[in-house]
Design a protein. Structure first.
Length: 362
């Protein structure tokens, strides 16, 4: 038998694609609520016409009331496993309006649907949701589609987010049945997000994720592959920014054409073992890229492990098939419809972020 798969009670649990090695897990999708349309349906009358301020307030209140990730609805999620409060991240003078120091700002709960069935991970649900912020809408939102997004969070908030993600990875790896933990994110409905409230996912699995396994195999065979890749992208003008041993670049080595990477070249440990100062720098480079990409839909995946540099893959999800067949777009329009993260924009953001960092540390 060439095709590998796992069964339980006559049901398929997972199957490996014999052609590209990826594994698909099967879940009871009916348990998963898809509320995107309900909350931010662009066809919803509320989304079509500009709302009078008090109507907008009512509509926003209705959405927050229905959103399982919004503060006040904690009982609607699975058990909470971690939280960070605003007081732990923000100066008392910089507290987001309507929030207090002891309100949670980042909250980790188990995913209602384990992305990998419990049967594969020692009978425990090892899928987590990391709610990135208590705010559902942007401050000053003028419509229901003005949602909070990761790049708009302050730099130190984003660092805390990755720190919590690392803690979740450590926690999941404590389960002896878990071999690797993936950090993943979808921004925007087009990328598959089922909840509009900003969140990351952590997924513990009973094997090293095939993409990470491939990273490891290739790195073991060609230890200089990452430096080589960064050098080549630099030479081709596809790098975005570089410093501190970290490179952001557009790279053709993604699943789809509009693929960006942030690579911490010398940080070759699993995410929980990355020293804090290095994680903070990785967070800053990532945060600047996210800010430059704006609100366009993307998916993001953080890869880490012994022997491979900490890195993330980000795929712009608009026009994903634009370069199928190996026809690459010229660098000038690399980011078209993902909002151009030109080096100038990123440099500007770098200055802003440095300022934020200084304020935060000073
Ligand atoms: Zn919400
Ligand atoms: Zn990778």
């Amino acid at each position: 038998m060439t095709i590998e798969y796992g069964m339980k009670d006559g049901m398929l649990l997972w199957v490996r694609n014999p052609f590209n090695g990826t594994v698909t897990y099967f879940n009871d999708v009916h348990r998963k609520p898809h509320v995107f349309g309900l909350l931010t349906n662009p066809q919803h009358p509320a989304a079509l016409r500009p709302l009078a301020p008090h109507d907008l307030r009512d509509e926003m209140e209705r959405v927050r009331h229905a959103c399982v990730f919004c503060p006040g609805n904690e009982a609607m999620t699975m058990e909470e496993v971690m939280r960070v409060t605003y007081g732990e991240m923000y100066e008392s003078t910089a507290m987001p309006s309507g929030f207090h120091g002891d309100d949670w700002a980042i909250r980790v709960v188990r995913n209602i649907i384990p992305r990998v069935p419990e049967e594969c991970t020692g009978g425990r649900n090892e899928s987590y949701v990391i709610i990135e912020d208590g705010r559902h809408f942007l401050p000053g939102a003028t419509g229901l589609s003005d949602l909070m997004w990761s790049g708009v969070l302050p730099a130190q908030h984003y660092y805390h987010l990755l720190r919590i993600a690392a803690a979740v990875v450590r926690r999941s790896l404590d389960n002896p049945a878990v071999q690797s933990v993936l950090i993943r994110k979808h921004q925007g409905r087009e990328s598959g997000a089922s909840q509009p409230h900003i969140h990351l996912q952590a997924i513990g699995a009973d094997r090293v994720f095939p993409d990470v396994e491939r990273d490891m195999e290739v790195t073991a065979r060609h230890p200089h592959i990452w430096h080589e890749s960064v050098a080549l992208m630099r030479e081709c003008g596809l790098h975005i920014e570089e410093g501190d041993g970290i490179a952001s670049q557009w790279s053709p080595f993604g699943k789809f054409g509009r693929h960006f990477e942030v690579i911490a070249l010398e940080d070759c440990q699993p995410l929980p073992d990355i020293p804090d100062t290095r994680l903070r720098l990785f967070a800053q480079y990532t945060h600047r890229l996210l800010r430059a990409l704006g609100t366009a839909p993307y998916d993001l995946e953080i890869h880490h492990g012994e022997g491979i540099p900490l890195h993330l893959h980000l795929h712009g999800r608009r026009y994903v098939y634009a370069n199928i067949g190996g026809t690459l777009n010229a660098p000038a329009d690399v980011a078209e419809n993902v909002v151009a993260p030109t080096r100038d924009i990123v440099r500007l953001l770098a200055l802003q972020t440095a300022e934020e960092e200084q304020r935060w540390q000073g």
